[in-house]
Design a protein around this ligand. Structure first.
Ligand code: NAD
Length: 290
């Protein structure tokens, strides 16, 4: 660190709460060190109340930008000067870039999802997806997949505070893309099973499978899956969720956790701040070992 930090070091932040568990500081600082970039990435515990002051500090301190995570991804939007069109469609921002005091919001979660599939060698263009969960991650995944050519998306959600968001997302997909989307209640188990049966990819973006629901899964019967399909869980702690074990039992060829998505959303934010490609194989090696 003493070789890297000096009077010229440029700061990039991560503003969320809670955030101490995040892998992003290790990911970005390791990439800066590897490329010899004079940047430092620090996590700040910022909730909705502290957010306006923290965003203004990006300008005041001349920071290059920040990642934004829960609970601030939507709340940050009115505090910014500009919004990337895809972030506007998704209605959330996870990356802020400061160009001489002008703050622009981007979202890299959806492209991170799509790139992690490409890294696995799979292309879901023209295919059908069943998506459980239409919160922050689910919305980014659904809208980006639709923009990138997925032709049919069946979204399943519970009737909680994210239901309205799920309705908005489905409407945006139907109005603004060539993809056809439908929203279903997750309680309709027969429909859920039938939609998965007709899909090339099942993606769980609910967080079921991670603490405090670590031993739970929305699909517990391996017969719901087919070996040639893709099962994707956005969770990355634990590395193997109960859903992933069910898919493995079914002999599913492509069973993915959220680590690749995390890595690729970070790589895209890195490029927005530095103009450079993250040394992705080096970082993958660093992060993917248990
Ligand atoms: P969120 O709170 O915005 O949305 C949660 C979604 O899950 C909602 O649709 C909600 O209805 C649904 N849900 C919650 N509890 C449920 C339950 N018991 N049964 C069924 N559905 C339930 O959260 P988010 O930010 O979208 O995060 C969701 C998951 O995605 C988390 O596990 C998070 O860690 C993960 N995530 C991963 C990445 C990545 O890069 N891999 C990025 C963002 C989020």
């Amino acid at each position: 660190m003493k070789d890297r930090i000096d009077g010229h070091t440029i700061l990039i932040g991560l503003m969320a709460y809670p955030i101490r568990h995040s892998m992003s500081p290790t990911m970005h600082n390791s990439a800066f060190a590897k490329l010899g970039l004079n940047n430092a990435y620090l996590a700040f515990e910022i909730d909705n109340k502290k957010l306006p002051g923290a965003i203004n500090a990006i300008r005041t301190l001349g920071m290059r930008g920040s990642n934004i995570s829960m609970p601030n991804k939507q709340k940050v939007i009115p505090l910014l000067d500009k919004l990337d069109p895809v972030a506007e469609l998704i209605g959330a921002v996870n990356t802020v870039v400061n160009d001489d005091g002008v703050l622009t919001g981007y979202t890299t979660d959806g492209t991170g999802f799509m790139k992690s599939l490409a890294d696995e060698g799979v292309d879901i263009g023209g295919q059908k997806m069943t998506l459980a969960g239409a919160g922050g991650a689910g919305t980014a995944i659904g809208i980006q997949a639709a923009l990138d050519g997925v032709k049919d998306i069946s979204v399943f959600n519970i009737h909680d505070q994210t239901w309205e968001n799920a309705e908005r997302m489905v409407k945006i997909i139907n109005d603004k893309t060539n993809c056809q989307a439908k929203l279903f209640d997750l309680a309709e188990k027969k429909t859920f099973k039938a939609e998965i049966a007709g899909s090339m990819i099942y993606c769980d973006a609910t967080g079921v499978g991670m603490k405090p629901l670590a031993d739970k899964t929305l699909v517990s019967d391996p017969s719901w899956f087919r070996p040639e399909m893709i099962v994707f869980d956005t969770v990355y702690a634990p590395r193997t969720t109960k859903l992933m074990r069910v898919a493995q039992q079914a002999g599913v060829k492509h069973v993915l956790n959220g680590l690749g998505m995390m890595l690729e959303q970070g790589a895209e934010a890195f490029k927005l701040w530095t103009g450079k490609d993250m040394p992705i194989d080096y970082i993958r090696e660093l992060l993917f070992k248990e």
